[in-house]
Write a protein that binds this ligand. Structure first.
Ligand code: GDP
Ligand code: ZN
Length: 318
């Protein structure tokens, strides 16, 4: 906090909630202000959304009495990472092509469930490609372990364990795996994402002690608001934050192409240099070391199928 004029106080803080045009900013010492941007707000990210949950900001608060709660966002610091979704510029007021869902994420947490909805590795692979392309660390969470004896699910997940991805098996109903999950989050800013129904809200409620459904309520009206920019960042008692984000199908995969997809399957990297062609796409080329590795079981066939599915889907998604 630094003082400029007598009644203007400046705080450093983080955007912990976005509600349409308003933002909630939490300072390092735990004060919470309702803030707005203004035409003079300085941006460290000129090509992108002005402000998003997770952004580090400087706010100006005009003290008018002892309990000033409103502020103006003066400056948004450059982002270290961002989850972005594509938008149709004709369908939003600011004509944005891209919208930052959450900024400065330190850990991506795809959540799947053992059953209901059933576990699909195709979806996990999509998350992993995204995380690798953004160089984001990943923690895989498998919830609802109470609905299954766990044998099949652990067999399906073994490939990710072997690839070095950390996995937490949890059951909120049985309260199992929770301590390990908290430890694995490690005080970082985590973005939870997954199919609806896998138990994300239930997990986040348990971890934070906040009822997610009600925390998404707009301050002014007291009613829930449903603009696409809504995201809430909730503090964890042991340090760090969790952010509930939309599913991966809404994340922009703009930087992933048929040409670079192969670099985001980590097990391909070791064998790729042995391919006959340096530009090998590992699809139809002869003398392909990746396909050979799939044939002799060194590379998991399911992972390779995910690669092919993504490879052929990529052009269609553009
Ligand atoms: P979200 O859409 O991912 O946020 O999922 P919810 O948190 O709304 O949960 C979807 C359903 O799964 C709810 O009926 C929860 O009660 C249920 N659920 C959550 N965790 C568990 C669990 O560990 N075991 C079982 N059997 N059901 C769970
Ligand atoms: Zn190849």
């Amino acid at each position: 906090m630094k003082e400029k004029k007598t009644n203007e106080v400046y705080y450093e803080g983080r955007i912990t909630g976005a509600f349409g045009a308003g933002y909630m900013v939490t300072t390092d010492d735990g004060r919470v202000f309702r803030c707005r941007t203004f035409p003079g707000t300085q941006s460290g990210n000129p090509e992108s959304s002005l402000a998003a949950v997770g952004d580090q900001v400087e706010v100006q608060v005009t003290l008018s009495g002892t309990d000033a709660l409103e502020g103006i966002i003066m400056q948004v610091q450059p982002r270290r990472s961002a989850l972005i979704r594509k938008r149709d510029p004709r369908r939003n007021r600011s004509r944005e092509k891209q919208q930052v869902i959450a900024a400065n994420i330190e850990l991506l947490v795809p959540v799947v469930s053992a059953y209901e909805p059933p576990l699909t590795t195709r979806l996990i692979d999509r998350y992993l490609v995204f995380a690798e392309s953004e160089q984001l660390p990943v923690l895989l969470v498998v919830n609802k372990m109470d609905l299954d004896d766990g044998v099949e699910v652990r067999k399906l997940m073994q490939v990710y364990h072997d690839l070095g991805y950390r996995i937490c098996y949890v059951s909120i109903y049985r309260q199992s795996g929770i301590d390990e999950l908290i430890e694995a989050l490690g005080g970082r800013i985590s973005a939870f994402s997954g199919h609806s129904g896998v138990g994300k809200s239930t997990i986040i409620n348990l971890l934070t002690g906040v009822r997610l459904k009600t925390s998404r309520t707009s301050w002014k009206s007291g009613k829930g608001v449903h603009t696409t920019s809504n995201a809430t960042m909730l503090p964890l008692p042991a340090g760090g934050y969790v952010i509930d984000t939309p599913g991966i199908r809404e994340f922009s995969l703009a930087d992933i192409t048929r040409e670079n997809l192969r670099f985001y399957f980590r097990e391909f990297l070791q064998v790729m240099p042995e391919c006959g062609f340096s530009s090998c796409t590992h699809t139809v080329e002869p003398d392909c070391a990746v396909r050979k590795a799939v044939g002799n079981g060194v590379i998991d066939a399911g992972r390779y199928e995910s690669y092919l599915a993504l490879f052929y889907a990529l052009d269609d998604e553009r």
